[in-house]
Ligand binder design. Structure first.
Ligand SMILES: C[S@@+](CC[C@H](N)C(=O)[O-])C[C@H]1O[C@@H](n2cnc3c(N)ncnc32)[C@H](O)[C@@H]1O
Length: 376
């Protein structure tokens, strides 16, 4: 666990690569499953960089078992999905550094951009615990951070100079907690990839840093959603509602269903106080959200509007409610209303769930095991 530590390496301590199994191999056969390796995704042999696709590649540090499952993903490596035209630009905001803005009229469900991570690394870059006994607790923390920085430098050095520069230009909100510059940027911009989490005790989560998606600022009523697509090894960003040209695009860095105080606590490492519309009057918004989440009635168009008015389309509970309503209509044999729900699910899921289209397939709706079961 890393807490506050002043920057710098303890005197006499030489940072080293000290993960379990010693110094990691770059790549190689017959390695133990929990060996870390440095690799590129898609894998590009270092002697033939010219085969790199126009989508680029990720410099990654992964355990062997995690790396091994990526190529077996159906369709891997597929090209990144691209919108038909450029729909975003990166530019300055009034008070949040850079941000991403829409340059087109977007409809709910529209793909905005795809982004292959620059780097993917273990979320907890904090070594093995095997540190010299003569170091104080604070010095050990410094040593841990210095080692993490060394690993990250290794990962970063495997990027081409342009992408290395892009990484180093990203925001860093960890300037005073002892993190080195590369680690600080990773902690400010890293996003999880659920499909890469290696189960175990403890599980091994990974963190990905992207060139463009990492520029999105946070809102507790975000207008975009992001999901990772393993086949193309890229994140996709899509509109969660209709968006006008020029509007800032936002993502939620935290769980939008949590109360405002909890959300603010989760945002602490990013070093800002959220001022989105839900956080400007948190008491009223918390009360409104609590009513919405606890609503026991099936989603009607009026109830649906309360969710979208509050900007809660990013919440998993919203998906679940729309899904239950889809099942309810199937159960009643109401294909028209099932289709309306299916269209909404497709917009929410098209870019993150390969099954999204099936909810609007009339033949599948009518052959569903629950079809018309309400009437026996
Ligand atoms: C992932 S970066 C987002 C892009 C960043 N604004 C930039 O200039 O690259 C996260 C950092 O952006 C800033 N930020 C993001 N959302 C914000 C918000 N709602 N209010 C204020 N600052 C925010 C914070 O400095 C945070 O540490």
């Amino acid at each position: 666990m890393v807490t506050e530590a002043s920057q710098g390496v303890p005197q006499g301590y030489k940072p080293k690569l000290r993960f379990k199994n010693g110094v990691p191999d770059i790549h190689g056969p017959n390695l133990p499953e929990d060996q870390y390796l440095f690799t590129s995704i898609p894998h590009i042999p270092s002697d033939s960089p010219s085969i790199a696709s126009k989508d680029g590649w990720t410099s990654a540090m992964l355990q062997v078992a995690t790396q091994a499952k990526i190529p077996s993903t159906p369709g891997f490596p597929s090209p990144m999905a691209r919108p038909p035209d450029v729909r975003h630009r990166i530019g300055p905001t009034s008070n949040m550094g850079l941000g991403v803005f829409s340059t087109a009229r977007l409809q709910m469900g529209d793909l905005i951009l795809s982004d292959r991570p620059l780097i993917v690394v273990p979320l907890h870059m904090y070594g093995s615990g095997d540190y010299p006994k003569n170091l104080t607790q604070k010095q050990t923390q410094q040593a841990v951070l210095a080692d993490a920085e060394l690993y990250l430098q290794f990962v970063l050095d495997r990027l081409d100079p342009e992408n290395r520069k892009a990484y180093m230009a990203l925001a860093n909100s960890h300037l005073k907690d002892g993190s080195g510059p590369i680690l600080g940027i990773m902690r400010t911009n890293g996003m999880g990839i659920d499909a890469l989490i290696r189960p175990g005790n403890p599980p091994m989560p990974y963190s990905a840093v992207c060139k463009e998606i990492s520029r999105l600022n946070h809102s507790c009523c975000p207008n975009t959603g992001a999901g990772f697509n393993m086949a193309s090894f890229s994140y996709r960003l899509w509109a969660l509602c209709d968006i006008a040209p020029g509007e800032e695009l936002t993502l939620s860095y935290t769980d939008v269903t949590a109360p405002a105080a909890e959300r603010q606590k989760a945002l602490e490492p990013y070093g800002f106080q959220c001022t989105c519309r839900a956080c400007q009057d948190p008491r009223t918004s918390d009360a409104r959200r609590s009513t919405i989440f606890n609503e026991k009635l099936f989603l009607t168009p009026a109830l649906l509007k309360t969710w979208t008015d509050e900007g809660l389309q990013a919440s998993r509970i919203y998906d679940n409610r729309v899904m239950s309503l889809w099942h309810y209509h199937v159960y009643r044999g109401d294909a028209d209303n099932a289709l309306v729900c299916g269209q909404l699910l497709t917009k929410l899921w098209r870019w993150s769930n390969s099954d999204a289209e099936k909810y609007t397939d009339l033949a599948l709706i009518r052959s569903h095991p629950m079809w018309m079961k309400l009437y026996g």
